[in-house]
Structure formats: C-alpha cells, structure tokens
Design a protein around this ligand. Structure first.
Ligand SMILES: Cc1cc2nc3c(=O)[nH]c(=O)nc-3n(C[C@H](O)[C@H](O)[C@H](O)COP(=O)(O)OP(=O)(O)OC[C@H]3O[C@@H](n4cnc5c(N)ncnc54)[C@H](O)[C@@H]3O)c2cc1C
Length: 412
C-alpha cells in the first residue's frame, strides 16, 4: 500500500514541527513523520523541575514562533527573558558584558526548555490539517527522476511525496540515503548539561566563563514561587574530563561546579539529572539532492557555546517556507531544483559563517599559547569599551542582523 503526500517532513523535533506548522494553510497535503511519539507530553510542570535541555532563543526565532501562533503558549508555560550577558576568561583578566539597554530593547533573548517549545508546536499541529504519523521508522528511500521520493516502511508499505524535508536530526538517515555528503569534525568536547539550584539570584543574565578545558555557561531560568533560583548549565569539556565530571557523586559535583564558576552565585544547592552530549561540527556539502532537502541539525550542527543550533534551524524553516510559498503563489513546482537552490543559497553562507565563528572562538579560548592568551584578555577588554562593536556583536547574536527571511524579521 502507498500513501501519497505533496510534502513529507521527516522528524518532529523543534525544527521539523515548526516546518510543518509553517506550511499550514498552503492547501498542500502534508505529513509530519517521526520514529518516536508526536503526542504532547503530559508531564505537569512544577516550578522547581526543569527539562535539562534548553535553548537560548533569539528575537528572530521568537518572531517566527509568534508568526506560527505558539509564542504566547510557550511564554505562558515558562520562558526566562535575559537582559544581560557576561563573558569572561578564567585564565586572565579579559571580560565583556552586554546589556539589552545598550541596544534599546527589553531583553537579549529568552531561555526556554526544549520540551516546552516542542509541546507548544505539537499542540497547534494537533488542531491543524497536517497528518501526524508517530512511531514510523523509515527503512530506506528511493528517488526516481522527477518522480518524487518513496519511503519504505518496516511492513514494506510505502509513503510517497513530491518533496521530502529531512528534519531527522544530526544523524539524519534521510541525508545518508539521499547520498548527501558532509564536512564534519569532532570539537573534542562533550557538553555536560543539567539544571542547578543556586543560592544567589542570576540577575536575568546569561553567564559564560572560558576555561582551558572549555566554556561553562549558566543560563537563567525562572525563580520558583517560594523565591528559589535556578540556572541551566552547559559545561563543555574535553572528553576525559566530561566523563570524570559525569561520574562525580552529587556533593562533589556541586562543589566542583561552584568553584569552577568562581562562587559567583554563592553555593550550588542541588543539581538535576546530568546529560552528556559529544559535540561535533557538521555541515552538509549540499542542502538538497533531487527532491530531498535538509533543514536544522540534519543540515548542520555547531558548538553550543553561543546557543545558536536551533535558532539556525528555525531560520532554515523560515527561508524554505518562503521559497515554497513563493513557488505556490507563482504556480511553480515547489520541489524544482531552482527553488531548492534558492533556499540553499539563502541559508548556507549564514550557517557556514556561524559555524566559522564558533570554530574560531573555540580555538581562541582553548589555546594556552601566550599570543592567544594576550588576544583574549586585550581583545575582550577592548571590545568591551567600543559600544558600536558591542552593538554589532549582540545584534548578530540576537539574530537581528543579516539577510533574514521575512517571517523571522517581523512578528504578527
Ligand atoms: C548541549 C546543547 C546545548 C544547546 N543549546 C542550544 C541553545 O541554547 N540554543 C539553540 O538554538 N540551540 C541549542 N542547541 C542545539 C539544538 O538543541 C538543536 O540544534 C536542535 O534541537 C535540533 O533540532 P532538530 O529538530 O533539527 O533535531 P532533533 O531535535 O534531533 O529532532 C530530530 C527528530 O527526528 C526524529 N527522527 C530521527 N531519525 C528518524 C527516522 N529515521 N525516522 C523518523 N524520525 C526520525 C527524532 O525522533 C526527532 O524527533 C544545543 C545543543 C546541545 C547539544
């Protein structure tokens, strides 16, 4: 048996779910397919339990989420605005700070738990005419010439589509089956993530210290109703050190974390579940092949030190949506190579530039060489004294500069 769709989106993570919602009201027959569940997870939020995976969402991402009609829901669930950012070098005297007031904005971004973003998108999708196909593991795909894409399921039935949008994450099978090669290398870092309760308030600021083992970020989370303070941490470490930190008993972990962040928040009172992610940079050498097109982590992954991965994926969504809708309005074939090529051109250089910046920062801060040390201290302090340069850096980090797709520039 074969089921036919105009567009199939493979992978219902944040990026795939946003893509599906962005294509609502296009009069196309669309399916969102995931190997796991596409149900809204039912766990109730308590004000001292957090998803250890969070995203620092930029204004551009928030604009897209507003446009998709989910931001209010996300905001009402839980989102922590931050209006300051402070970055410093543990091995020297260099530091730089950013504040929303320098840019005349209310905040620099929001920290939101991944599960809250995904749940909001899935709740809206349940009310749409997009078909949600959960628990479907694809076994392979075949592309004919101008014949669309056929996906083989475990029971030998098939799904057929004119365009397959692969949002199936960093280890994308669709990318592999479509024969799209990657440039990839190991950052030689693992990220340890968890949520911690801290003694003193985080002041609505995202804090990041650069150590010679890698950066440690404390990202602000909402305080509980009884006045307790929380942060999500992303601690990037060389793999041996990450393994050691993962194995530490709780008491030792809290003490090590507290001294590493130089006691900035008083004592670290408790920590939630610890997760460890190996970090690799990946970039697809082409964003489409035939009628398979890549978005989000399926197309690129970068070091989380500037919290940009999902933000870049959401910009892919905005850009591909624009191309598909423009083709529809001109009665062109939305899966034609020149349409997918325009999407690739609009996103590839931006994604590559961000990957290059992450790579440069990671190398600069990872080196113990005198020259790099000097550059770090002098560079950070000098940049801190040049308001125009700081404005440029922070507005780029907020996703407010560059050639942005229309729907991430303006909110409804
Ligand atoms: C430690 C850490 C911190 C981060 N912090 C930030 C941050 O602050 N800001 C930010 O913007 N980004 C951040 N990121 C990056 C961000 O988490 C990712 O870029 C984003 O979650 C990727 O979303 P995605 O939907 O592309 O992929 P995924 O979330 O990986 O989703 C892929 C989906 O595809 C499904 N799937 C996979 N294979 C198949 C298959 N064969 N068939 C069907 N379905 C399949 C999976 O079930 C899953 O639902 C961070 C990443 C890490 C590791």
């Amino acid at each position: 048996m074969t089921r036919d769709y105009d567009i199939i989106i493979l992978g219902g993570g944040i990026v795939g779910a946003a893509m599906a919602l962005a294509l609502e009201n296009t009069a196309l027959n669309i399916a969102l397919v995931d190997a796991g569940s596409l149900e809204v997870s039912s766990g109730t939020l308590s004000d001292d339990k957090f998803d250890p995976r969070v995203c620092a969402l930029t204004e551009a991402s928030i604009n897209l989420l507003k446009h998709l009609g989910v931001w209010e829901h996300i905001h009402s669930q839980r989102a922590c605005p931050y209006s300051g950012m402070y970055v410093w070098d543990a091995a020297g005297t260099g530091s730089i700070s950013f504040s929303a007031s320098e840019l005349n904005v209310h905040h620099l971004g929001h920290i939101v738990e991944n599960s809250i973003i995904r749940n909001a998108l899935l709740s809206r999708l349940l009310k749409s005419d997009i078909q949600l196909l959960s628990g479907i593991e694809i076994q392979g795909l075949r592309q004919g010439k101008n014949d669309g894409v056929s996906l083989r399921l475990w029971d030998d039935s098939q799904l057929h589509t004119r365009l397959l949008i692969a949002a199936d994450g960093a280890g994308s099978r669709a990318r592999y089956w479509a024969g799209i090669p990657m440039r990839e290398w190991d950052y030689l870092h693992h990220a340890v993530v968890t949520t911690v309760e801290i003694e003193e308030p985080h002041e609505g600021t995202a804090w990041q210290i650069f150590l010679d083992t890698g950066p440690l970020a404390f990202l602000p989370l909402p305080s509980s109703s009884d006045g307790r303070h929380f942060c999500s941490i992303v601690w990037s470490l060389v793999p041996d050190e990450a393994r050691r930190i993962m194995k530490l008993p709780d008491k030792q972990f809290l003490a090590t974390l507290g001294s590493t962040i130089e006691g900035r928040f008083g004592s670290i009172i408790s920590a939630g579940e610890r997760l460890c992610h190996p970090l690799r940079q990946r970039h697809a050498r082409q964003y489409y092949r035939g009628q398979v097109v890549l978005i989000g982590d399926a197309a690129h992954t970068i070091h989380p030190l500037a919290g940009q991965g999902a933000n870049l994926g959401l910009l892919d969504v905005a850009s591909l949506t624009e191309e598909i809708k423009r083709a529809q309005s001109r009665e062109e074939d939305f899966s034609a190579p020149h349409i997918l090529d325009r999407y690739q051109r609009s996103r590839e250089s931006h994604n590559l530039a961000m990957a290059g910046i992450m790579e440069g920062l990671q190398r600069l801060f990872h080196s113990d060489h005198m020259l790099f040390r000097w550059l770090r201290n002098t560079g950070l302090n000098m940049a801190d004294r040049i308001p125009l340069l700081k404005q440029e850096i922070v507005s780029r980090a907020m996703g407010l500069r560059g050639d942005l797709p229309e729907i991430s520039r303006n909110s409804k």
